[in-house]
Design a protein around this ligand. Structure first.
Ligand code: URP
Ligand code: ZN
Ligand code: ZN
Ligand code: ZN
Length: 459
């Protein structure tokens, strides 16, 4: 059965025009005016609405084993929440710990997703150690369709790698045409500062940010870039949060280091005062790198508008109130993470496009197209074109509402953006030609989401 989306205004990263879109099966087969459709076609009237390519979240955690617990979403709840918010593909961090076998971890992550997702997905493969088995295992994982690695310069002894392991990972990535994504914070400094603060009796959540100051992230970013420079690998900084780290990344780019930058929606809209409210309210806002002083937000919005920040993801990682309370006696035990998979697109549209800080094409680029290009999904994903997957978001820019835990699909008992106004939302969302959200209601099909095979890219 076909799908026809009529009368909408199509907006991609580089074009804007009124046309109908017809999808036969999973793929867009025609774009044009006054398209007719065979009997049995599902027809959606998008008059007065925008039609965007399905959005891509390049950084999510689903059921992450972390800090003595597990992030709350499963693939079922996480992918439903993604689709309700217009995200049709996400890239999950596959994160076996340093004590786990990488290949077993990869197979475990795959098995948790298989058959359970409503939307398409793939993984960044975390390299959390580089031992004699690692190289052969990573070659096997890349051959299986995974063309990006993830390393953590923080979380020492759990996810974190030593500098020598970072070097080995980059050498292999360069050879294989794999992009290396990285969480950039200096692990040693974080550990020392945490111990110093705790020993001074500074145990509350307001001490999380001072334990990982901006300079610690800038150092990690600069070190990551320096290793890229000396291995020839291509890199991508994840969840960049502050101006000093941005300056370090831009300085590396300016000297020719192939480095791309992601920031995540919490850092554009939330600041460290949220983590200074005391008690569990503050714990809800603990993530790493931490929410920063508000002055950083202007630097992030400006860099995003100019395309220096390539992508906006979420770092979606929900922990509920009882899990956050694991850290009631010490901020170092608060599970790190803020959920946003459902709200990223609406927030970026509202506080970027609608409120005049972001061109609408740059919005599509940052929330979809550039991730598709960097991670080997373009033009199958990330654009609206004949031959592309029919992942489409019919977006209602007239909608006015507020974010609330009461209406969210994310499996959590709070929403860090509670009460935030939104100036638009998806009315129809399709996954490879099938409607998953209709009139804002979820009608998705469990298991429709597939693991996307990605080929290496020689940048
Ligand atoms: O606080 C965060 N970011 N939690 C998820 C793990 C990570 O560092 O991405
Ligand atoms: Zn991280
Ligand atoms: Zn993350
Ligand atoms: Zn424009």
């Amino acid at each position: 059965m076909g799908l026809l989306i009529k009368n909408g205004e199509i907006i991609t990263a580089d074009s804007r025009y009124k046309a109908d879109i017809y999808a036969e099966g999973e793929t867009i087969t025609r774009i044009g005016n006054n398209l007719d459709a065979p009997p049995g076609t599902e027809v959606i009237d998008a008059r007065g609405k925008y039609v965007f390519p399905g959005f891509i979240d390049p950084h999510v955690h689903i059921y992450l084993p972390f800090m003595a617990t597990f992030a709350k979403d499963t693939h079922e709840t996480g992918s439903k929440a993604a689709l309700m918010g217009g995200t049709t593909t996400y890239i999950e961090m596959c994160c076996p710990s340093r004590n786990d076998d990488a290949l077993e971890g990869y197979n475990l992550w795959k098995s948790k997703a298989e058959g359970n997702s409503y939307c398409d997905y793939t993984f960044h493969m975390s390299v959390t150690k580089f031992d004699p088995k690692t190289e052969a295992q990573l070659r096997e994982i890349v051959a299986d369709g995974i063309s990006s690695f993830k390393i953590f310069l923080s979380y020492k002894n759990f996810f974190g790698v030593e500098d020598g392991e970072m070097y080995q990972t980059m050498r292999l990535a360069k050879e294989l045409g794999v992009i290396v994504t990285a969480h950039c914070e200096n692990a040693e400094l974080v550990g020392q500062l945490q111990q110093k603060l705790l020993s001074e009796g500074k145990t509350g959540p307001e001490w999380h940010e001072p334990s990982r100051p901006e300079s610690v992230e800038a150092e990690g970013t600069n070190r990551f870039a320096t290793f890229l420079e000396n291995t020839g690998a291509t890199g991508y900084v994840v969840h960049l949060s502050c101006k000093p780290a941005l300056d370090a990344a831009l300085a590396a780019k300016a000297r020719g280091v192939p480095l791309y930058i992601e920031s995540v929606i919490p850092h554009f809209l939330l600041d460290k005062t949220y983590a200074e409210q005391g008690g569990v309210e503050a714990m809800k806002y603990i993530m790493s790198p931490p929410l920063r002083e508000k002055r950083n937000q202007k630097a992030l919005w400006d860099a995003l508008a100019q395309g220096f920040i390539d992508t906006v993801g979420t770092d979606h990682c929900p922990f509920d109130t009882s899990q956050k309370l694991l850290g009631k006696d010490a901020f170092t035990s608060i599970p790190n993470g803020i959920p946003a998979i459902e709200d990223r697109v609406n927030l970026l549209y509202t506080y970027g496009v609608s409120r005049g800080h972001l061109d609408i094409h740059r919005f599509v680029d940052a929330a979809s197209t550039r991730a598709a290009k960097l991670f080997g999904l373009f033009p199958r994903k990330g654009t609206i074109a004949v031959g592309s997957d029919a992942d489409l978001v019919v977006y209602d820019p007239q909608y006015r509402g507020k974010i609330s835990v009461a209406t969210q699909s994310v499996n959590n008992d709070y929403n860090g953006f509670e009460g935030f106004e939104i100036d638009g939302k998806p009315s129809v969302v399709t996954v490879r030609g099938k409607v998953a959200v209709r009139e804002g209601q979820f009608v998705g099909e469990k298991g429709r989401g597939k693991l996307l095979r990605r080929e290496p890219m020689y940048f």
